[in-house]
Design a protein around this ligand. Structure first.
Ligand code: RIB
Ligand code: CA
Length: 317
């Protein structure tokens, strides 16, 4: 019997420890096939992000995916890496490195466009887990080609909640708000932002769940070990081991939409003004602007379904 057709996806990532868990989950979902991974600077420099993605592919133990480097710099702003959150190598500084895989030749933005150009409209979904520099460059270079993408699911914005890098801004948007503005203002119809609030509260991995994942096997141990810095940060914040896994929440929302509880289309605007609200994404929940809603904001997941998906795709049980 013909095997079920696997939905094609591409992942854009500033691969550090939560990206690694997210990519490992996507690699282990048999309903999807990752066509390529494009790296971007964000948590760490793009070179390190690409290498971290290769390490993750090896630990995921399913199939190989070409990893290309995209943008090294943000469109205008100076980069501020997230070493305190993820470690200097982005993966907990525990000596993780790919055993044999190498970064592929070619620019990640060009390769994203090549894949979309050769695909049917809607054939390939894009999942973005880092600053939107690559996606913004693709839109600027070939807007008609990017329109051929299916859904564009992005880990980004504070959703309907607070920021994580400033009181109002979430890291992926704040790192390159000009790029995010290009994406939000692009007129693309299927943009879904999974806000940082979607991975908080009941969706945080608890100490017991973290232990279960850690003890489940080599992949579970890898995805917890590489989140060592975030665990240490959260022990100080919450008094115990908790993990707010932003990128895994975006991958779950994209690949297992049954776990999405709240997701609505609103008129949104990215603040690129030079001041304390830089990188904020204004969400017109009450439509006071009267402007046409332009992007979806996913602000809440069903915690049980979200964690069920994490357990399934990390082969916990
Ligand atoms: O705000 C969280 C996001 O910023 C995640 O994608 C994390 O990996 C960093 O890129
Ligand atoms: Ca990320």
């Amino acid at each position: 019997m013909m095997g079920k057709i696997r939905q094609k996806i591409m992942i854009d990532t500033d691969c550090a420890s939560d990206d690694a868990m997210a990519i490992a989950m996507a690699l282990n979902d048999p309903a999807y096939e990752i066509q390529l991974i494009s790296a971007v600077s964000g948590n760490v420099p793009v070179q390190q992000a690409a290498v971290n993605a290769l390490t993750t592919i090896e630990y995921a133990g399913t199939y190989n995916v070409p990893v290309y480097m995209g943008a090294e710099n943000m469109l205008l702003r100076k980069l501020e890496y997230a070493y305190e959150t993820h470690g200097n190598d982005g993966m907990g500084d525990i000596g993780l490195a790919p055993k044999s895989l190498k970064v592929s030749e070619g620019n990640g933005v060009v390769k994203l466009l090549d894949a979309l150009r050769g695909a049917e409209p809607g054939e390939i979904d894009i999942i973005a887990l880092g600053p939107l520099t690559n996606l913004a460059l693709a839109i600027r270079l070939e807007p008609e080609t990017v329109k051929k993408a299916g859904r564009i699911v992005i880990m980004g914005t504070a959703g309907l909640g607070e920021g994580n890098v400033t009181p109002v801004a979430e890291f992926n948007i704040w790192q390159d708000a000009e790029a995010a503005k290009i994406v939000v203002d692009s007129g693309l119809q299927h943009i879904i932002f999974v806000g940082w609030d979607a991975c908080l509260g009941e969706c945080m991995l608890t100490p017991g769940e973290i232990q279960e994942i850690y003890e489940s096997g080599e992949l579970g141990k890898f995805v917890i070990d590489c989140n060592k810095h975030l665990l240490e940060m959260n022990r100080e914040r919450f008094g115990d081991n908790y993990l707010d896994m932003a990128d895994p929440s975006a991958v779950a929302a994209a690949l297992y939409p049954e776990c999405v509880e709240d997701c609505e289309k609103y008129y949104c605007e990215v603040d690129v003004s030079a001041g304390p609200s830089y990188g904020a994404v204004l969400v017109d929940v009450n439509n006071v602007t009267g402007k046409e809603p332009n992007v979806y904001i996913c602000s809440k997941l069903y915690a049980d379904k979200y964690k069920e998906y994490i357990y399934k795709t990390l082969k916990v049980k």
